[in-house]
Design a protein around this ligand. Structure first.
Ligand code: 9MR
Length: 380
């Protein structure tokens, strides 16, 4: 296991101090859960998000005062870990299943659906008044292997069946779906390594129409990565795609910007803000859907890396909050060791690790980056 040494960058406090911090965190977190008002589950404009009473102790309360969602990607295999559920429910008012609603999980064999793991996350969200972002219906990764053997009409109808069955199953319980994920390549055209690209660009419109027919009240999103800046082939390609969809009356309501930040090469907060604004001007809402900030390649001491991580988060969350149509920010995991970037295979994408990319450390203690996000929500 690659993630073995949290103490390298974040020295472990004495056990008693750690327990005390955790206990006080739990107390304030459970108070927040009790006090937080539910956020309205659906609606296509930020104004549909109801305000919660201000409570400076949790991100979800802070986000509610700004009429935004603050979310976390959760995985059922962590549910038995102490503190996982309490911290997630106390801090976040939105939940994205990290893997449980992907094609290989939901429809591993043609027409044989398996909704159990996704159901568990939806029930957890409902218990804690969290909105659910369904992730994801049509994606070239984590697609069941039988799908890769299809082409033409068979592939198209398998896609429509999959979208329809998934959205119908969770109708009224999933506020927002990532209908199509990562369809665009680095050159701005449809990506070459997706089996769906051979169907032609119409497959994207068809997937959105099928999702809308299955649940007309769900918000439907196109979601992609490294499209955060306001220029570049991929961002421009995504802009052309969603503009065309919107102008031709396809039921698309929002655009998701994943925001897996690689600090070695990342657009400025100004560029991100301008980009969110140009997509919003198309009449769509925008969200940051999978945020994390890898610090492995940042220069300096562990403290300096964490300070820079906090600044980056503060700048990006503030940029989102300056755009009225930017309705939410989701972090892609709860604690550092649970991040996809703590897996050696994926972590290499961001250079030398460990990357410590999330808001909480291995002991569920909030890191400086947590304060950066909270300060942004407080308008500081
Ligand atoms: O976090 C997910 C990880 O557990 C999976 O192994 C990985 C496999 O593709 O997918 C990760 O989540 C991805 C998300 O679904 C789409 N955007 C990129 C995310 C990170 O790879």
């Amino acid at each position: 296991m690659w993630y073995t040494r949290p103490d390298v960058i974040h020295p472990a406090p004495r056990r008693f101090a750690a327990r005390l911090t955790l206990v006080s965190l739990m107390v304030s977190l459970s108070a927040c859960v009790r006090r937080s008002a539910p956020i309205a589950p659906t609606g296509h404009t930020p104004s549909s998000v109801a305000a919660a009473p201000p409570d400076l102790g949790s991100l979800r309360a802070l986000a509610s005062t700004q009429k935004r969602h603050v979310g976390v990607a959760l995985a059922t295999w962590h549910f038995s870990e102490p503190h996982y559920q309490e911290v997630a429910a106390a801090q976040f008012n939105s939940l994205t299943p990290e893997n449980e609603m992907k094609w290989e999980s939901v429809e591993p064999q043609p027409g044989q659906f398996s909704f159990r793991a996704g159901d568990a996350l939806v029930s957890f969200a409902e218990q804690h008044q969290m909105r659910v972002r369904g992730h994801t219906l049509v994606w070239h990764n984590q697609v069941a292997s039988w799908v890769k053997r299809l082409s033409g009409d068979q592939l198209h109808s398998a896609m429509i069946n999959h979208v329809t069955a998934s959205v119908e199953h969770w109708k009224g319980r999933i506020a927002q779906w990532d209908v199509v994920n990562e369809a665009i390549g680095d050159d701005g055209a449809l990506r070459q390594n997706s089996p769906f690209t051979a169907l032609g660009p119409g497959y994207i419109a068809d997937a959105f129409r099928a999702a809308h027919a299955a649940d007309p009240s769900a918000e439907l999103v196109y979601n992609d990565y490294e499209t955060e800046g306001d220029s570049g082939a991929k961002s421009d390609g995504m802009y052309r795609l969603v503009k065309e969809l919107k102008e031709s009356g396809v039921p698309i309501h929002g655009v998701g910007f994943q925001m897996h930040v690689d600090p070695r090469n990342w657009p400025s907060a100004d560029s991100i803000q301008r980009n969110l604004e140009r997509f919003a001007a198309l009449g769509l809402f925008v969200e940051l859907t999978e945020m994390d900030i890898a610090v492995g390649e940042l220069p300096g001491t562990p403290e300096e890396k964490f300070t820079r991580q906090k600044q980056i988060a503060h700048e990006i969350v503030s940029a989102c909050l300056r755009v009225p149509a930017c309705v939410g920010i989701t972090f892609w995991g709860l604690t550092d060791p649970q991040s996809w970037l703590s897996d050696e295979h994926w972590g290499r994408l961001r250079g030398r690790g460990p990357h410590f990319p999330l808001l909480f450390d291995a002991n569920y203690r909030p890191k400086p980056v947590f304060d950066g996000v909270a300060q942004a929500f407080r308008g500081e």
